[in-house]
Design a protein around this ligand. Structure first.
Ligand SMILES: [Zn+2]
Length: 113
């Protein structure tokens, strides 16, 4: 069985924080600071990193981990995160496509498309 690293678990928590904030659907919240968990290698790390949602998104897009000052992450962990992110992205895209299909199903699509 695959052992999930604490780093990956914290990254997951951070994604959920971001998702929760997004759910408010208030763009101004993106400029406010939120507490994210440090995603370093240390299993016992409980540090928080305060970032605006915008900054968090930038790091995510760049595949950069959220790290407290002086904390680090190994190359192998980075590679693992990257693989996980690709899988997540594919899953998210599929979910999105499903939602859109359902929405379109309720409405009549125009003929000229
Ligand atoms: Zn840390």
């Amino acid at each position: 069985m695959e052992r999930r690293s604490r780093s990956a678990e914290r990254a997951e928590v951070n994604r959920n924080v971001r998702k929760a904030v997004k759910r408010f659907d208030r763009p101004e919240l993106g400029n406010e600071s939120w507490d994210f968990l440090c995603e370093c290698d240390a299993d016992e790390c409980k540090d928080w990193v305060t970032l605006t949602l915008e900054k968090y998104e930038v790091l995510r897009q760049a595949d950069e981990p959220i790290l407290a000052v002086g904390h680090g992450i190994s190359r192998s962990e980075l590679a693992r995160r990257k693989a996980k992110k690709l899988a997540d992205d594919a899953k998210a895209l599929r979910a999105q496509a499903e939602i859109q299909t359902k929405r379109a199903g309720g409405r009549k699509l125009s003929d000229d498309e």
